[in-house]
Ligand binder design. Structure first.
Ligand code: TYD
Ligand code: ZN
Length: 399
């Protein structure tokens, strides 16, 4: 296959087998028509991006029933408030600034700009999540951000001081188009700021569940620097984040328009030490994933044989990769509780474990909860003090 960014020839280094749509929670009557594709990942030795080999049609993933609402987590709400304040303090110094957010979801980030009376535009392809933002007064258009959209937005609003994206850039297959459209729409001193799950964390934690249909890329500073350099952008800052089990915030601008922080060279040095620029690192990652799979599966089987009541906590997108790769179904996990109404009383994609409202977790009194929302461990352990006090255990494939 060819690299999606630089067209170099690349080979997959891991396949997770047949995979359904990660957020494709479904009803029993829909089982027979469920869509599967081969989830496999490749590494480009020229531009150093880790990317999916094939990705389902975007319309299968982002649609009017999109099951992912950002505001379900309290800690994410405070993260986005801090993120907005940081952008305002550091990058919105021009008079009457204007910002655009790609994939603005339910408005979790933009509401902070609205509250500060800053001109903003959210671009969100899933109508149901966009509606939540629109109902809250956030200026949002239901669309994919591409060249056409950039041209229209430019006519309507003029150039932007900042283009933002949170957990969205890694969803977009054609980054060359995004880079071109961003360059066109940004002011000369404008910035492109985005954050996404970080490859360094994924390799260190063996958190292979970051890999699913929506995440067409898992970025590192090395890859982001290269991808955007092709289009005249410069990576000027990198800031690690705790969100999504380890993320990185990247700041880019038109080359030469701003100073470059030493954070960038420091991080790239660390990435080279970790081997993120070498195929051998990814081959080792594959071995690590296989070991992780054997470990979690045998632990669950052992607990089940001991007669333990096992449930899952958080029907995350990530859990779809774990469950289908490790072949864990309702014979091991009785149900997964989740606070998102659109997922409740449906089944998990592929392995068909029932998803139940949070109240079921409380009433069922399980002994073991598989923490699929391990990225919210602190928030959840805090909330579930009683479960833990009563001897309940959270387990996860991430140690
Ligand atoms: P998220 O962390 O966004 O993971 P992913 O990107 O892999 O989907 O999703 C967290 C899921 O966990 C979401 O469906 C809501 C659910 N959840 C709970 O059920 N209870 C909680 O206390 C928290 C924090 C999340
Ligand atoms: Zn490449």
């Amino acid at each position: 296959m060819k690299c999606r960014v630089c067209n170099n020839h690349i080979e997959p280094f891991i396949s997770f087998g047949d995979m359904p749509i990660a957020n494709g929670f479904l009803l029993e009557k829909e089982f027979k028509d469920e869509y599967f594709f081969e989830l496999a990942t490749a590494f480009c030795e020229k531009c150093f991006t880790v990317q999916l080999v094939t990705q389902p049609d975007p319309n299968l993933m982002f649609h009017d029933n999109y099951a992912f609402f950002s505001k379900t987590s309290k800690s994410m709400q405070s993260h986005f408030k801090e993120f907005a304040n940081w952008i305002i303090a550091n990058y919105l110094k021009n008079k009457d600034p204007f910002i655009i957010e790609l994939g603005s979801n339910d408005g979790i980030l933009l509401e902070n700009f609205l509250n500060n009376k800053i001109r903003h535009l959210g671009v969100e392809p899933s109508a149901n999540v966009a509606k939540v933002a629109i109902d809250n007064g956030i200026n949002t258009e239901v669309a994919f951000f591409d060249n056409n959209f950039a041209n229209q937005a430019l006519l309507k609003n003029g150039k932007a001081d900042a283009i933002l994206a949170a957990n969205v850039m890694c969803h977009i297959p054609d980054l060359n188009e995004i880079a071109k459209a961003s360059k066109k729409i940004l002011k000369d001193d404008g910035v492109l700021i985005f954050e996404d799950p970080y490859l360094g964390d994924m390799i260190k934690k063996i958190s292979y569940d970051q890999i699913y249909d929506e995440h067409v890329y898992i970025f590192s500073a090395i890859s982001v620097k290269n991808i955007f350099a092709y289009h005249g952008f410069e990576l000027i800052d990198t800031l690690p984040q705790e969100t999504h089990g380890g993320s990185m915030r990247y700041v880019l601008c038109k080359k030469g328009s701003r100073n470059v922080s030493e954070n960038v060279s420091n991080l790239i040095k660390k990435e080279k030490n970790l081997g993120l620029d070498k195929l051998s690192t990814y081959k080792q990652f594959k071995v690590d994933c296989e070991l992780s799979k054997v470990k979690i599966k045998s632990l669950l089987k052992k607990l089940k044989n001991e007669g333990k009541k096992i449930v899952g906590y958080g029907a995350t997108s990530k859990s779809t990769t774990i469950l289908n790769y490790c072949k864990i179904g309702p014979e091991l996990i009785d149900f997964i509780s989740d606070t998102t109404p659109i997922k409740q009383n449906k089944y998990t994609p592929g392995m068909h474990i029932p998803v139940k409202p949070y109240e079921y977790f409380i009433k069922y009194n399980p002994q073991i909860a598989v923490l699929f929302a391990w990225n919210h461990r602190k928030e959840i352990e805090n909330k579930e003090k009683l479960f833990i006090k009563n001897g309940g255990k959270f387990i996860s494939h991430i140690s």
